[in-house]
Design a protein around this ligand. Structure first.
Ligand code: NAP
Length: 275
């Protein structure tokens, strides 16, 4: 019996058990994947006990991604570049920390836009939190030549842009219309548009006709931003694909089978997200 987990605080909202449970059943693996609610004050003790706990590893979510980064025994180059860990693998008594949000986001763009998307033009990123860090590193890794980061708190945009020197730059929110005119991709990584939050109030008119708009918010799946993009005839990429694709490397490492993101899996999570 192989055991894995997702750890966060709170954790009841996490869809990860549904995703991994779907794959465990699909591949008839004798395994488990459970939610663990661990308060920040207890997280270091939790990690120290992990190698001897019988778990093969697990996912790490809010608010523990930075602490997992600081406390892992080894880091993948991508986790080191991003400064946060969302996937832990127990390997010979040591904790290996990875960050799969970046390849997860890019895998979904490949699926929805085709592999040529990195050459579409500049990418404009809204927001400068943990998800933005992963996405900026992921886009730079995939060869996007110019990335502009705008955030409510400008200093955080500067810090995120510094993760991809020579490629990424901070952008003042007021300069968004001009930047959007040269963009091939606009990505919302703020929590605006999420259930319970105000919508992201942004006029998409300056974007060129061939641009794509991605929103990593997935509850609701169709955010007002994506609806506005579709209304303008632009490609609209929802946030669920990132959530599904980021789960693949962890499952492969813990359970030994590389699973696929299938329409059946997506339908299952969409049904769970339905109001
Ligand atoms: P985070 O680190 O807390 O960052 C939140 C970002 O949203 C910051 O840039 C913050 O700006 C901005 N923001 C919040 N309220 C705002 C407001 N009223 N006006 C303008 N900007 C505002 O969060 P995160 O982990 O990056 O996650 C951000 C969103 O992405 C969440 O909705 C989360 O659910 C989603 N997400 C989705 C996936 C996926 O797999 N699809 C993965 C990770 C996250 P300041 O810096 O100014 O505070």
């Amino acid at each position: 019996m192989i055991m894995a987990f997702v750890v966060g605080h709170p954790i009841a909202h996490s869809r990860s058990p549904l995703i991994h449970g779907h794959w465990l059943a699909e591949h008839r693996i004798a395994g488990s994947y459970e939610r663990l609610d661990v308060a920040p004050a207890d997280f270091a003790d939790f990690l120290h006990a992990l190698p001897a706990s019988g778990f093969a590893g697990g996912n790490v979510t809010i608010p523990h991604k930075e602490a997992a980064f600081a406390l892992a025994d080894e880091l993948t180059p991508r986790a080191r570049a991003i400064g946060a860990v969302n996937t832990l693998v127990v390997k010979e008594g040591r904790l290996l920390g990875d960050n799969t949000d970046a390849p997860g986001f890019c895998a979904h763009l490949d699926h929805d836009l085709g592999a040529g998307w990195p050459g579409r033009g500049a990418a404009v990123i809204l927001g400068a939190g943990g998800a933005a860090r992963a996405i900026v590193v992921g886009l730079a890794e995939r060869g996007v030549r110019r990335i502009l980061v705008a955030n409510r708190t400008p200093a955080r945009a500067e810090a995120v842009a510094a993760l991809a020197p020579g490629v990424a730059e901070a952008l003042a929110w007021d300069d968004l219309p001009a930047a959007m005119a040269g963009a091939g991709l606009l990505v919302n990584t703020t929590s605006l548009g999420m259930k319970g939050q105000p919508p992201l109030d942004l006029d998409l008119a300056p974007l060129p006709a061939g641009a794509a708009v991605a929103d990593i918010v997935y509850a609701p799946l169709e955010t007002p931003l994506l609806a506005a993009a579709r209304a303008r005839g632009l490609a609209a990429v929802d946030g669920l694909g990132m959530l599904l694709h980021q789960a693949v490397p962890g499952f492969a490492a813990w359970f030994g089978v590389r699973p696929a993101v299938t329409p059946a899996l997506r339908d299952r999570i969409v049904a769970d997200l339905a109001p």
